[in-house]
Design a protein around this ligand. Structure first.
Ligand code: PRX
Length: 657
């Protein structure tokens, strides 16, 4: 996040009350009512969440709503349910099987328009059952982790839900990650089955997903079965005894498969995310609490109402937590159709998203600030030439939004008619934590406003005491909530250390924040070695490890730097081995190398070769100085601990380049 962003949000004074037409049909229409209910949810979490959970289907009731033994939470103790059942079967059983569940659009636009597939709840029931049986036939049992590495095709949703159906936790690996990233995650999760596609479409080109899985199979010996969806028709190698086509796997398979009764605390999925060490961590989410929380946040944050003609669209990929919670798990139980789009926002033209909104009469639209900034650059006309009058609500997620982008989103996309929900949350939190309720909360450009029900959020100092309003501090969550992570897979110590040790008795998300005079929260960005690049989370150490794994690199230090579109870009300071000459070619080689090690999203935007990195006398790299250099601003703060002052001069010279 840039300094200009911080300065501008500090001075932000515009406040927008919910629009009267929106408010009139909203679940929550009044700020005082929100405050009273929020208070009740904190005073009586068991009463509050017990009532919400009753809106969903359970095979067996829970005994106790919450058992809290810091840092371990158990929600809906003893209850049995199934999340696929609540997404799919429940809708069929209540007579809504014919209604649209998933509205999918492919990337390519042919002479007759793009390919569209419509899956009703009944279709989803048959398809998830069939594929669940196919998984069972491959030996997958309850508790076995299934890795999913696919493009945004309907089979991705079917695969995820089929896993939930039989109680096999899924680990979805974003299709932009490399074979190394797949192998690391497969190893860590001890996963024997991978579901993939031959390829996925990206701006008319094929991303070779199956070939990446083949390469991953060379890096780990864990993978025994690979199920392949045919999507692009690109050539793939099928290894006898290991690989099989999806269509063959489901051929002649029974379309009936009862949903496995899952304990509320049985694992639903693992999702790997970056932290401040080089190794991504497998965040564990369980069934009951995650289900209840994503259901309620979807309902209230997006004001979802079945049978009112709503079409909800979240533009994220299912490979991220946003896609898990707010394309599938939170949305389907609300019985509002969820739109899934395969492609990029600017293919074939920069108006693709708005074309989709117009054709499918999208009512709720949820995207990332980085996309909004790109749209601003591509010009208003791409938006305004479309009839976007169906839109009722806009949302953002993933990174701080600069007020200028917020205002553009509101006026140009939303016609000043739609409330904007800026939702702050994380892979670990499972669902929205800080967000406006669109009919009740006055919004301010750049602020994610107020805590959701049940969330006791505060801005505190290192001792855990609340800091005064308008003072920066650490964001903290002081009480457990239903969809909180239950652990890091296989690493109890790291779980406790990362989230529950810096602030005593509280969850520490790793973000800095402040509250304004109205109590609104302003996220000031990460306070650890994690950066948020175009809404995607990366550990600086992950990128550094990738760089130093190149034979010509000796040392690397990676920091975030301001980036017009991505919000934060990646700057890498690299020292080379003896006799290795710096060159633009080497820079390109290193970028490609990081792409292979992690994925394209991790490629540094800037590589600065340097003879020395600024270090303290104890050998720690002073990233703070590098952040100043990368941002081309004056080097500030204390430099007395610097080991070699001449480094400063060299660094300052880079700024002039
Ligand atoms: O720094 C915060 C930022 O994204 C981080 C979480 O990243 P991830 O686990 O990948 O999940 C992203 C999607 C939920 C947070 O620690 N972040 C997320 N949403 C916002 C945000 N920063 C500011 N405003 C937001 N609305």
């Amino acid at each position: 996040m840039s300094d200009t962003h911080i300065t501008s949000v500090l001075n932000e004074a515009r406040v927008f009350a919910p629009q009267p037409e929106f408010r009139a049909q909203a679940y929550w229409q009044d700020l005082d009512a929100y405050r009273a209910e929020h208070e009740r949810s904190l005073q009586d979490p068991e009463g509050f969440w017990g009532e919400v959970a009753k809106e969903l289907s359970w095979f067996e009731p829970w005994g106790k709503v919450l058992e809290w033994n810091l840092p371990d939470a158990k929600w809906f103790v003893g209850g049995k349910t199934n999340l696929c059942f609540n997404c799919v079967d429940r809708q069929v059983e209540s007579g809504h099987g014919d209604q649209l569940a998933i509205l999918w659009e492919g990337e390519a636009v042919g002479p007759d328009g793009p390919e569209v597939r419509r899956l009703s709840y009944a279709d989803l029931q048959a398809e998830t059952s069939r594929f669940a049986n196919a998984l069972k036939a491959q030996g997958v049992k309850k508790g076995d982790v299934v890795t999913i590495y696919m493009g945004m095709v309907p089979e991705l949703a079917i695969a995820v839900l089929a896993c939930a159906r039989i109680g096999a936790p899924h680990s979805v690996v974003f299709g932009g990650f490399s074979s190394h990233a797949i192998a690391d995650r497969v190893d860590d999760a001890d996963s024997k089955v991978v579901i993939t596609c031959d390829g996925s479409w990206r701006r008319g080109k094929v991303v070779p997903l199956k070939a990446n899985v083949d390469a991953a199979c060379e890096l780990t010996s864990k993978i025994e079965t690979v199920i392949v969806v045919e999507r692009c028709g690109n050539e793939v190698a099928m290894r006898e005894g290991r690989d099989l086509w999806w269509r063959d796997a489901v051929q002649g398979v029974d379309a009936e498969c009862p949903c496995e009764p899952m304990d509320a605390e049985d694992m639903l999925f693992l999702l790997y995310t970056s932290g401040s060490t080089g190794k991504p961590k497998g965040i564990v989410h369980t069934t009951g609490g995650y289900m209840v929380y994503t259901y309620l946040t979807s309902k209230y944050t997006f004001n979802l109402k079945p049978d009112t003609g709503q079409v909800y669209w979240c533009t994220a990929d299912v490979g991220w937590i946003t896609g898990h919670s707010y394309i599938l798990y939170g949305i389907l139980p609300n019985r509002v159709p969820s739109l899934m789009f395969e492609g990029a926002p600017n293919f074939p033209e920069v108006d693709r998203f708005w074309d989709i909104c117009e054709r499918h009469k999208v009512t709720q639209f949820y995207t990332a600030p980085t996309a909004i900034r790109a749209f601003m650059k591509w010009g208003d006309e791409a938006v305004t030439k479309h009839d976007l009058s169906s839109l009722q609500l806009l949302g953002t997620v993933g990174e701080p939004i600069n007020p200028e982008a917020w205002m553009w989103y509101r006026e140009v996309v939303g016609g000043s008619r739609c409330p904007i929900v800026d939702t702050w949350w994380q892979t670990e939190t499972g669902g929205h934590m800080l967000t406006p309720l669109p009919g009740a909360t006055p919004t301010v450009p750049g602020s994610c406003t107020l805590p959701f029900f049940g969330i006791d959020a505060a801005v505190v100092d290192e001792s855990g005491n609340e800091v005064p309003l308008n003072r920066g501090g650490l964001l903290a969550i002081r009480k457990p909530w239903p969809s909180m992570l239950r652990g890091i897979h296989g690493d109890r110590e790291r779980f406790v250390q990362t989230y529950f040790s810096r602030l005593e008795g509280m969850y520490f998300p790793g973000d800095g924040a402040r509250r304004d005079a109205h109590g609104n929260f302003w996220i000031m960005g990460r306070v650890d070695d994690v950066i948020n690049v175009a809404g995607h989370r990366l550990g600086t150490m992950e990128v550094e490890s990738a760089l130093v794994s190149h034979p010509q690199v000796v040392e690397a230090a990676v920091v975030g730097m301001p980036h017009e579109i991505k919000g934060t870009g990646i700057a890498a300071f690299v020292t080379l081995g003896p006799g290795v000459a710096a060159s633009p070619e080497l820079s390109a080689t290193l970028q490609a190398h990081v792409g292979e090690e992690i994925g394209a999203i991790a490629k540094p935007d800037l590589i600065q070769f340097t003879d020395h990195l600024p270090k303290t006398r104890s050998g720690k790299i002073m990233r703070r100085l590098l952040r100043d250099v990368a941002a081309k601003r004056a080097i500030t703060g204390d430099v007395t601990t610097l080991e070699d002052f001449s480094v400063l001069e060299t660094l300052q010279k880079y700024q002039e380049d």
